[in-house]
Ligand binder design. Structure first.
Ligand code: ADP
Ligand code: MG
Length: 652
């Protein structure tokens, strides 16, 4: 392989500059694609819209004039013959150009076009005709784009690199993709918009395929692990369901069915249960725990925080009265004894935090694992838990993810969706107000506190001054206004213990107020909290606002949510205040803010896409998913693909 110094036109100095960008060989350079392209595409004047920017090339007719305007302002004015039409051009402050203009020369002009007057007010006048319409922008610090283009062109012209096609022919033909060589050439030296689009199409597809391949590889290999199908007692489960004091929603019933189908599989299932806040995921997995128990298995639930573990423990002790349930968290006393008992199968259901996996907990017969609010867990935690047996695993997520995205992001799992809310739920009354109306919101909060209820105040940041209200200044403001009541602060820079204490206090103390950043988002269930005030609301996505709003409305008492912001984001916040469906809001976020909002939902480095866009190239990801499965089932083609792709197949 040639070193970069061997490339035509590269000397010592350029070598160093390329080295700074990790470009060491000619190959490295050829596979460093432009970040974007600047377009000098010419417009057809006939179709140009009045008063928009156009780029045209034409021939100079007559002699340019210099015109004096007010003060020292001058302009050069001339006539161009463009598509058989005479266009007048004015270029202010470009009077010096006149000297360089020669009779009948060809000029390119970019500027605002006034159709009726046939006039272009030029921002740019190019005296040399352009070589290409599309100028590649590489964004390599210290190196001119034109320099790179020249070197790349020479390398390609002299055929100093061999570009093999790294995709099986079948796939190239199936999707009518350019050959690899053609793609590389086109990306560096695009001959037209159309060709560039074709080249990008292949580039995006390649990226999507790499991603889906890794995911499907995980899935296929996972399904080869053997698990004994669970023989649960259906009658017993039915009796249990009959005893639940409410009727399950249709979505809940279907999800319960999904869980029991998983039990019957001969490989450990991995399922994501997505439900809107308050849609009732907990009871659904409770039924699963019952089923596992009837088949002779233990279950385990992991929550992201001690508070949430405790919350679940209290709920399940009440809901699953016939089961032996224990709580195992960092602060559990007599851990050793408890672990001994878990090992001997004394407990049917172990509820806990991280301690559950990081410590040396051994189960007698673990069959069902629930991971609550799964986006808070890193990959490692999940892997450790998996090692504890061939259990069926469900991940619970309260962040509604647009359906399309879920298919891609969680392609290696089955997905159940609980959309419906239980009947009779009171809608949270939501109002969008301007920052200035905080005092009137205080009055409402005061009324709620007088009734013994609790309130949340949310700030978008911890310290940043630029972001308006930060949690400290909000805390001071709230404390001053509510001196009679306990005001508690919670934010991400506190220690785990401080956070724990803050949430504990908010649970325990009547009529208290929690001033917090968005760390409070996940799962916290304080029944007496009836009013949520979100300041600086424009800094949150509507999905995130919805999560925050879900902290109130946790009983049959009417709850309220105020979103406060300056006047800059009215439409979005008004939409939020009128919409209570989390899935609808997530679609809205996807369309307005792109998929970035949801990528955090799945913590994984492999989700940063360079070329493909999860929002607009969704169909590419779907095709790639099919193709990945095809590759994995086709020995020869799979080998061909893997020979070229350096895929790190161990990461999830
Ligand atoms: P989430 O999905 O946000 O975790 P939970 O599971 O905590 O929601 O459920 C919220 C509340 O709704 C709980 O008090 C639960 O008992 C109740 N609930 C769940 N399903 C139903 C239903 N079908 N009908 C009435 N209430 C229900
Ligand atoms: Mg929950």
């Amino acid at each position: 392989m040639y070193r970069i110094i061997d490339a035509p036109g590269v000397g010592k100095q350029l070598e160093i500059l390329f080295h700074n960008h990790q470009i060491e060989t000619i190959n490295d350079l050829i596979f460093t694609f432009p970040k974007k392209y600047q377009s000098f595409k010419e417009d057809a004047l006939l179709f140009a819209i009045d008063k928009t920017e156009v780029t045209v090339t034409g021939q100079l007719i007559d002699i340019p004039k210099i015109v004096n305007h007010r003060g020292t302002l001058k302009s050069v004015q001339f006539k161009l013959l463009v598509d058989n039409e005479v266009i007048k051009v004015i270029a202010y402050r470009r009077e010096y150009l006149k000297e360089s203009m020669t009779e009948h020369m060809t000029l390119t002009v970019k500027g605002k076009y006034e159709k009726k007057k046939r006039l272009i007010t030029a921002q740019a006048v190019l005296l040399k005709p352009l070589e290409t319409e599309l100028k590649p922008i590489y964004q390599l610090d210290g190196i001119y784009d034109t320099t790179i283009s020249k070197i790349v062109k020479k390398i390609l012209d002299q055929q100093l690199v061999v570009i093999n096609d790294d995709l099986p022919k079948v796939l190239v033909n199936k999707h009518h993709l350019m050959s690899k060589e053609e793609m590389v050439k086109t990306l560096h030296l695009p001959s037209s918009d159309e060709r560039l689009v074709e080249a990008l199409k292949r580039l995006k597809y390649e990226e999507a395929l790499r991603f889906q391949y890794k995911m499907m590889y995980q899935k296929v290999h996972h399904e080869l692990i053997f698990k004994k199908p669970k023989k649960y007692d259906l009658e017993q489960v039915k009796l249990f369901i009959q005893d639940i004091p409410f009727e399950l929603t249709q979505d809940q019933k279907e999800t319960v069915n999904d869980l029991f189908r998983d039990f019957k599989k001969n490989y450990p299932a991995r399922r994501l249960i997505q439900g809107d806040v308050g849609s009732g995921k907990t009871i659904v997995v409770g039924i699963g725990v019952m089923g596992a128990k009837s088949a002779g298995y233990q279950s385990a639930l992991m929550a992201p925080t001690e508070i949430l573990a405790m919350q679940h423990y209290q709920f399940f002790k009440n809901a699953l009265k016939n089961l032996n349930i224990c709580l195992l968290t960092g602060s559990t006393k007599k851990k050793k004894e408890l672990k001994e008992q878990i090992k001997h199968g004394v407990y049917d259901f172990v509820i806990g935090t991280h301690a559950l996996v990081t410590d040396d907990v051994i189960f007698k017969n673990l069959g069902f694992v629930i991971i609550d609010e799964q986006h808070r867990f890193g990959v490692e935690t999940r892997e450790t838990l998996k090692e504890k047996g061939n259990a069926d695993v469900v991940y619970l997520s309260a962040t509604p993810i647009p359906r399309t995205l879920a298919i891609v992001l969680f392609g290696d799992m089955e997905v159940s969706i609980i959309k419906e809310k239980p009947i009779g739920r009171k809608e949270i009354i939501t109002r969008y107000l301007s920052d200035q109306q905080l005092p009137s919101v205080f009055q409402h909060v005061n009324k709620e506190l007088e009734k013994g209820n609790k309130a949340y105040f949310i700030a978008p940041s911890i310290e940043s001054e630029e972001r308006g209200t930060n949690v400290f200044s909000l805390f001071e403001e709230v404390q001053a206004a509510f001196s009679k009541y306990t005001v508690i602060m919670l934010h991400g820079k506190q220690s785990a213990l401080e956070k724990q204490q803050a949430m504990e206090d908010f649970y325990q103390i009547k009529s208290s107020i929690l001033v917090s950043t968005s760390v409070v988002e996940v799962g916290l269930d304080v029944k007496e909290a009836t009013i949520m005030v979100i300041t600086g609301a424009k800094y949150f996505g509507v999905s995130q606002l919805h999560q925050l709003r879900g902290r109130v409305g946790r009983s049959d008492v009417q709850s309220f949510c105020y979103v406060l912001s300056d006047e800059s984001d009215i439409d979005r916040l008004q939409y939020f205040s009128k919409t209570s469906d989390g899935f609808q809001l997530s679609e809205y976020d996807l369309s307005k803010r792109g998929p970035g909002e949801f990528l955090g939902v799945r913590q994984s480095g492999s989700l940063r896409f360079e070329y493909a866009d999860l929002g607009s190239d969704f169909d590419v990801f779907l095709k790639a998913k099919q193709d990945a499965l095809w590759l994995l089932s086709n020995e020869k083609e799979n080998q061909y693909y893997l020979n070229y792709q350096k895929l790190d197949l161990d990461e999830t």
